[in-house]
Ligand binder design. Structure first.
Ligand code: ADP
Ligand code: ADP
Ligand code: ZN
Length: 217
């Protein structure tokens, strides 16, 4: 099953995707994680993306298109995947549908994680990330040992774009460029909206219940 995790920055896409990937045994494909990995490795793509990401702006499509095409074509996604952070614009939704149809696949569900805007700043400002892609929160999802990843033992870091100015910009970008996709996917009949304001496990159980009702992943 091919699932897109959709929602504003801080809604819990990455958190839920990690849990869902484990439960259903499908890969979690996050464009943000792939871009950060490229920045860490100082690739050409990473260098191009960094200036946009630090400011909280979208990375241009021509930088992303090769990356997304390659990743979705890999064999680990043969029986499905969880796509987190893509698409974020209408042209990206069109690109995705084209790539999937070239692969003989189609999108099954877009999970819209709905969280009131006033909660997002706090979630993002308190987020702590690990290089392995795990994310924590200083109040809502603390690691067992402060500042250290439960999964791999690495030191957690505060993303540059999780500081207030970039957060405000990202929330604007979401509102102007990404939110319109809700109508697009609702009209396509693939949208499922989840209340993402509850605790992490409550949201996870609700998503699993909806997916199990919907069909097998
Ligand atoms: P996204 O990938 O949508 O930007 P994340 O999954 O990284 O969001 O979550 C953003 C921050 O909020 C993280 O610090 C995470 O631990 C925390 N978080 C995620 N889901 C919840 C929730 N249901 N309640 C409280 N905090 C949450
Ligand atoms: P969050 O879930 O907190 O919004 P992500 O890790 O998904 O953050 O994305 C971080 C940044 O990476 C975005 O602000 C943007 O600069 C870039 N990015 C990720 N996915 C895309 C995309 N589909 N299109 C353009 N830029 C992207
Ligand atoms: Zn880790």
């Amino acid at each position: 099953m091919i699932i897109v995790l959709f929602g504003p920055p801080g809604s819990g896409k990455g958190t839920q995707a990690k849990l869902l990937a484990e439960r259903y045994g499908v890969p979690h494909i996050s464009t943000g994680d792939i871009l950060r990995e490229n920045i860490k490795n100082e690739t050409e793509l990473g260098l191009k993306a960094k200036t946009y990401m630090d400011k909280g702006e979208l990375v241009p499509d021509d930088v992303l298109i090769g990356l997304i095409k390659d990743r979705l074509s890999q064999s680990d996604g043969a029986s499905g995947f969880l796509l987190d952070g893509y698409p974020r614009t209408l042209p990206q939704a069109e690109t995705l549908s084209k790539i999937l149809s070239e692969l003989g696949k189609s999108l099954d569900v877009v999970l819209n994680i709905d969280v009131p805007a006033e909660k997002l700043l706090n979630r993002l400002a308190g987020r702590r990330m690990c290089v392995c892609g795990a994310s924590y929160h200083i109040s809502f999802n603390k690691p067992k040992q402060a500042g250290i990843c439960d999964l791999c033992g690495s030191k957690l870091y505060h993303r540059d774009d999780d500081k207030e100015e970039a957060i405000m910009n990202r929330l604007d970008v979401y509102k102007n460029q990404t939110q319109p996709l809700i109508d697009h996917y609702t009209q396509a009949g693939v949208m499922l909206t989840i209340n993402g304001a509850a605790d992490i496990v409550v949201v996870f159980n609700e998503i699993c219940r909806m997916l199990d009702d919907f069909g097998h992943v």
